[in-house]
Structure formats: structure tokens, C-alpha cells
Design a protein around this ligand. Structure first.
Ligand code: UD1
Ligand code: CA
Length: 460
């Protein structure tokens, strides 16, 4: 038995009030639709179909996975009609899992349970519904059961009777149905209902009359099956996602100063005894080794931080590799291509870019280090700048082991400074310096004695 997933993503989402199609709105930095496509992959979908309509071109442009089968629903005539658009490309013997492009946080565990309700090898047709109990079921399709507690129908809010409206078990929309049955039922749907739509949910009554078994699996957590129709719901999904992620981090050995003040938009791998202070944002793939401490208000993306590094408040790291026991910040900015060996110190108001910095070297204050190769035990004084750019080309600065750069030095690249060389403060270095040399490149100081400052005229 193969599993094919059909994701409905044709709706407009007008309540978002956005030029972006609803399913492209992000949760945790990733479009809702991408979350759902990843879910399909996680439950081993053999073939994934996405039904698009509103903003179809924009959606296709954003989702570049070549394995996706696109189906166009040019007019939105209901969920049953939407599934029907994908059906011709679905093989007859498949189980079809129906997901929604605006319901991003369902877990693979829940879906696996739902799929397990339909015996995989049996040739008999099945319908498995994912339902959920809601304190306030308003707006949802209600699960109608008979006296034997068997599901007999799903009734939409707008078509429900007084008594049916009291049912708190609702349809999440997510279901798993044999393709052969769908192919028989969908052409029989009618739009003769309060919304004039072809309801996918009407197949339940058809299943009952065909004697097809209906299995039910209940989602434990309503947020798992919650969709986003407006930006308030989108934010609720975001907060739920972030809290769930924060809990995972804590269980994996990271201490968080405040689990409600961390945002992970991507993947954050943490070692044991990691400490993360408030208001940190992580993007892309970030790895923090054992014992790493992150101060408040840090923004870290696509970086690898080795054990026992301390990143102090308000630092920004992007595409950086940081070696063991380094100390970064406060207010440091490490840009792509920064590679720090162990025990490097990058202090406040220091920006690095494409910089390889060797063991135990220090750039402690107010510097720009770009396109640089720096050895071990180098001390870069406050205010040192690599002048790496002539307006057209970038050039490299090389400082060998043990170099001492005096404060406020301008290193005009390309330039190479030999081992243990010293540069006097305030120098503009335009030529190479050999091993052990002292270079001083600044105006000589003149002292003029008896100098009279100009005086202001006395006011009368
Ligand atoms: C649907 C269910 C309802 C369930 C609820 C859960 C039906 C008839 N009703 O109602 O039982 O409780 O979801 O949220 O299925 N879509 C299309 N094309 C269409 C219509 C919808 O792609 O022609 C997509 C939408 O973009 C959306 C999803 O299907 O992602 C659900 O559609 P929506 O109109 O929101 O269904 P509900 O009325 O909420
Ligand atoms: Ca809906």
C-alpha cells in the first residue's frame, strides 16, 4: 500500500489582509506550507500533491521541491472539489492522507497514529478521521455519532441543528482515505448546502452507506490541528511552536532564562549545560556545544559554537564558526566567513567578516577585521581597521603569530605582517612588515612651548 498526501492550499486567506498567499505566511521562519510538506515527508509520503489556486504562481515559486505534484483548483468550490483536482494523479491503490496548507503544527507522531488506524496491507477500504475535542467548537464541522458511538456523519456549523451544535468533538479536516473510495465518492458530492460548496466531509455519510469502516483518532492537543485564518491565529501558532521548541531544548540540557523569550527559526542543536538568557533569536542551523552561555538579546544564525564559549549581550553572529572557550561581545558582530580558533576574544563593537583568527588572539574593542588571516596570540588594539576595499576590489590582511597591533591602526590591504612584529598606535600601514620588526607610520609629535590659544574678545 502506498501513501499519497494531498495538501489543500488553494484558499485565499483574505482575513490575512496580505499580498502573500496565506499558506506562505511563516511560522518559525518557515512558510506554513513548508511545514506541512515536511510533515508529509516525515510520515513517508510516497507522492505529495499540493492543490493551489489563489496566488498559485507565487506558491510554486516559493516551494522549489521538485518532487511536489501540483494540482490547480482555479475556482474554490469547497474542500471536496479541491481534493478532486489532485485525484487523477493519485494511484487507485493508495491511501490518501489529506492535510491543509494552513495547519502547520501537526506532529508526525499524531499522523502516524492516524495512518496506523487504516490497516496497511488490507485491501478493504478505510476512512480514518482525525478529530479533536474543543471547549468552543464554533465554526468547525461536528462529528455526529450514533447510539453505538459510531461516526455517522460530519455536519458543518452552518448546516447543523441546535443539538448538533452542542457536540464538542470536531473535524480537524485531516483524514486518511482509500483512493479507490475517494474516486467513487467525490464525483457524487453535491453543493446543495448552506455554503453552496462541495464538502469533503460529506464522504463520511457515503462511507456509512457503503459500509466502509470509519476509524477515529483524536489529537491530544488542539493547537496541533489549528489553522491560521488571520494574523492573531498566526501569532498563536508561532507562540505555541516556540514554547514546544523551548521545552525540547530544556529537556535536551539547555537552561533558558525565560522559555517565553526565545525564538528559534530553524534548528538549534544544544549540548549539555547550555545557558541562554532572554530575548535571543536563532535562525537557520545553529549548534551550541556543551557549556555555551549566551547573554541577552543575541541574534545567531547559521553558526557553530564550540564548547564553553561565552557570547555576551547584544551580539550578532551570522555564518560564524567559533572555537572552544572563546569570548564574544558584548555588542560584537560576527559576519559570514568568520572562523575563530579556541580561546579567541572578540570584544565590544568589533565587526569581523571572512576572518580566520588563531588561538588565543584578541580583538577587544572597536575594530573592523575583514578578509583577514590572523595567527595565534595576536593582539589587535582598540580601533584597528582592515582597509580591505578600494571601492572595487577586496584585499587580504595577514598577521602572523604573536603580532601586536597598536590602537587605532589602519591596515591598508593587501598587507602582510611577520611573526611577533609590533605596530605603533595610530599607524597607517601600507607596506609589509618583517618578522620581529617595529613599524610606526604616523606623523611625528612636535611640542611647541609657550603656545597661546586664541582668546575670545571680552563681552561688554
Ligand atoms: C473545514 C471542514 C470542517 C473542519 C474545518 C477544520 C469541510 C467542508 N469542512 O471547514 O469540517 O472542522 O475545516 O478547520 O471540509 N480549500 C481549498 N479549496 C477550496 C476550499 C478550501 O483549497 O475550494 C482549503 C483552504 O485553503 C483551507 C482548507 O481547504 O486550507 C479548509 O477550507 P476552509 O474553507 O477553511 O474549511 P472550513 O470551512 O474551515
Ligand atoms: Ca478553516
Amino acid at each position: 500500500m502506498t501513501l499519497e498526501v494531498v495538501i489543500l492550499a488553494a484558499g485565499q486567506g483574505s482575513r490575512m489582509r496580505s499580498s502573500l498567499p496565506k499558506v506562505l505566511h511563516p511560522v518559525a521562519g518557515k512558510s506554513m506550507l513548508s511545514h506541512v510538506i515536511d510533515l508529509a515527508t516525515a510520515v513517508a509520503s510516497d507522492k505529495t500533491h499540493v492543490v493551489i489556486g489563489h496566488g498559485a504562481d507565487q506558491v510554486k515559486q516559493c516551494i522549489t521541491d521538485p518532487a511536489i505534484h501540483w494540482a490547480l483548483q482555479s475556482e474554490q468550490k469547497g474542500t471536496g472539489h479541491a481534493v478532486a483536482q489532485a485525484l487523477p494523479a493519485v494511484s487507485d491503490d493508495a491511501q490518501v492522507l489529506i492535510l491543509y496548507g494552513d495547519v502547520p503544527l501537526t506532529t508526525a507522531e499524531t499522523i502516524a497514529k492516524l495512518i496506523a488506524k487504516s490497516p496497511q496491507k488490507s485491501a478493504t477500504e478505510q476512512v480514518s478521521l482525525l478529530t479533536v475535542e474543543l471547549a468552543d467548537p464554533t465554526g468547525y464541522g461536528r462529528i455526529v455519532r450514533n447510539s453505538a458511538n459510531e461516526v455517522t456523519a460530519i455536519v458543518e456549523q452552518k448546516d447543523a441543528s441546535e443539538d448538533q451544535l452542542k457536540i464538542s468533538e470536531v473535524n480537524t479536516g485531516i483524514m486518511c482515505v482509500s483512493a479507490s473510495a475517494l474516486k467513487r465518492w467525490l464525483p457524487k458530492l453535491s453543493a446543495n448546502n448552506a455554503q453552496g460548496e462541495y464538502y469533503l466531509t460529506d464522504i463520511i455519510a457515503m462511507a456509512v452507506s457503503d459500509g466502509v469502516a470509519i476509524n477515529v483518532c483524536q489529537a491530544r492537543e488542539p493547537m496541533e490541528v489549528q489553522g491560521a485564518n488571520n494574523r492573531i491565529q498566526l501569532e498563536e501558532l508561532e507562540r505555541y511552536y516556540q514554547r514546544r521548541y523551548a521545552n525540547q531544548l530544556m529537556l535536551a540540557g539547555a537552561s533558558l532564562a525565560d522559555a517565553s523569550r526565545i525564538d528559534v527559526r530553524g534548528q538549534l542543536n544544544t549540548g549539555n549545560d547550555v545557558y541562554i538568557d532572554v530575548n535571543c533569536v536563532f535562525e537557520g542551523e545553529v549548534t551550541l556545544g556543551d557549556g555555551v552561555r549566551i547573554g541577552p538579546n543575541c541574534h545567531i544564525s547559521n553558526s557553530t559554537i564550540a564548547c564553553n564559549v561565552e557570547i555576551k549581550a547584544n551580539s550578532v553572529l551570522e555564518g560564524a564558526v567559533v572555537g572552544e572557550a572563546c569570548s564574544i561581545g558584548p555588542f560584537a558582530r560576527l559576519r559570514p566567513g568568520t572562523v575563530l580558533a579556541a580561546e579567541v576574544k572578540i570584544g565590544n563593537f568589533v565587526e569581523t567578516k571572512k576572518a580566520n583568527i588563531g588561538i588565543a588572539s584578541k580583538v577587544s574593542h572597536l575594530s573592523y577585521i575583514g578578509d583577514a588571516e590572523i595567527g595565534c596570540d595576536v593582539n589587535v588594539g582598540a580601533g584597528t581597521i582592515t582597509c580591505n576595499y578600494d571601492g572595487v576590489n577586496k584585499f587580504k590582511t595577514t598577521l602572523a603569530d604573536g603580532v601586536f597591533v597598536g590602537s587605532n591602526t589602519a591596515l591598508v590591504a593587501p598587507v602582510t605582517v611577520g611573526k611577533a612584529a609590533t605596530i605603533g598606535a595610530g599607524s597607517v600601514i601600507t607596506g609589509n612588515i618583517a618578522e620581529g620588526e617595529l613599524a610606526v607610520a604616523r606623523g611625528k609629535q612636535r611640542n611647541i612651548s609657550g603656545w597661546q590659544r586664541p582668546k575670545k574678545l571680552a563681552r561688554d
